[in-house]
Design a protein around this ligand. Structure first.
Ligand SMILES: NC(=O)c1ccc[n+]([C@@H]2O[C@H](COP(=O)([O-])OP(=O)(O)OC[C@H]3O[C@@H](n4cnc5c(N)ncnc54)[C@H](OP(=O)(O)O)[C@@H]3O)[C@@H](O)[C@H]2O)c1
Length: 315
């Protein structure tokens, strides 16, 4: 951990805790958003941690935010689960989604109390709804293949489980993850809800096996790359020989990096009539929610549209 990153801030500071934060569009977007929100004095500061970093590093970062008066709060990506596991006792309060999903993507201060919230169920959910449209699963008979069982996969599972209309819930969700622990965690969360969605959990890190799982999905299935591969780590969870089901929706959760999975889907887009989406909308929803918590400001739909335009300009 470089001391510089944990130096006392000289100005009101919003931290971004990720893996390669300097490359994020948020760095360029942030000053324009602060101008638009009337808070130009607030600065952006990235903190890069290794994937599954030492718990001591997560604790040092959260303790820094807790004790520094000018540290306003933070957006957490990739480390949402590991950070909360390492620092649960640092928080005075956890929001309902943070308690259900055991992850924190927003760290804010309220009357001197440190509050952790999980924004992915709402931010990821809004993005997914925009991609699929209403009644998608009833209309198409598609199912879901989630590649990765980390924070976003948990959030998307929760979002789909909680859909009140049956047509918005898939019959089946297949979840694939490298480590068994993350699958067990997700299975435990699912077991806490009555649901008619059949979940299957598969421990695997072999892209050829993922190709085989992909081949077994029905037409119009939703296939999500929630592994971070193609941004946080190189490659794709699929090989170039993997064939998407006809009319499938391929959703890459990231919008920057090599995005190998996105390219693989784009290569088949016309031939297989695919819908291909990246993580840009998710990024906008996630950032606007966390900024709203940290700065204690409401962001209504017209303001969100304005912020979205400003972000596109610096993408
Ligand atoms: N656009 C946005 O605003 C937005 C929002 C949320 C997330 N994201 C992106 O989405 C990605 C996932 O986010 P997250 O928060 O869910 O991260 P995460 O909690 O780190 O989860 C990633 C999961 O993928 C698994 N995995 C990694 N490589 C794999 C492989 N080859 N095969 C199978 N499983 C593999 C990991 O398993 P292990 O347990 O074995 O490590 C881990 O459980 C990140 O890159 C993040 O930046 C983007």
């Amino acid at each position: 951990m470089a001391d510089l990153l944990l130096a006392p801030p000289a100005a009101p500071t919003f931290y971004f805790i990720g893996v390669t934060t300097g490359q994020s569009s948020s760095r360029r977007m942030f000053p324009a958003w602060m101008e638009a929100l009337g808070r130009p004095e607030v600065v952006w500061q990235g903190i890069d941690l290794a994937i599954h970093d030492d718990p001591a590093n997560y604790r040092a970062v959260v303790e820094h935010i807790r004790k520094e008066p000018l540290a306003l709060g933070a957006l957490v990506t990739t480390h949402k689960i590991d950070l909360l596991a390492a620092c649960r006792d640092h928080f005075d309060e956890l929001g309902p989604y943070a308690r259900i999903t055991d992850e924190v993507s927003s760290i804010a201060k309220e009357d001197g109390r440190l509050v952790g919230r999980a924004t992915d169920p709402v931010a990821g959910g809004l993005s997914l709804d925009a991609i699929l449209g209403p009644d998608y699963f009833a209309r198409t008979g598609g199912e879901v293949l989630l590649l990765g069982a980390g924070g976003s996969a948990v959030a998307l599972s929760l979002h789909l489980i909680q859909k009140p209309r049956p047509g918005d819930r898939p019959r089946r969700i297949v979840v694939v993850n490298r480590s068994a622990g993350r699958l067990e965690r997700l299975a435990q969360m699912v077991a806490g809800f009555p649901t008619d969605i059949a979940f299957e959990f598969i421990q695997n890190a072999d892209p050829a096996r993922n190709d085989a799982l992909l081949a077994q999905m029905p037409p119009a299935s939703l296939v999500v790359n929630a592994t971070g591969m193609g941004k946080d780590t190189p490659g794709s969870p699929l090989t170039n020989a993997g064939v998407f089901p006809e009319r499938a929706v391929a959703w890459e959760l990231n919008y920057r990096g090599e995005l190998d999975f996105l390219r693989q889907a784009q290569a088949q887009q016309t031939a297989r009539s695919l819908t291909v989406a990246d993580g840009w909308e998710y990024f906008i929803h996630g950032w606007s929610q966390v900024i709203s918590h940290v700065l204690h400001t409401e962001i209504d739909p017209p303001l969100l549209d304005r912020l979205s335009e400003l972000a596109v300009a610096v993408r």
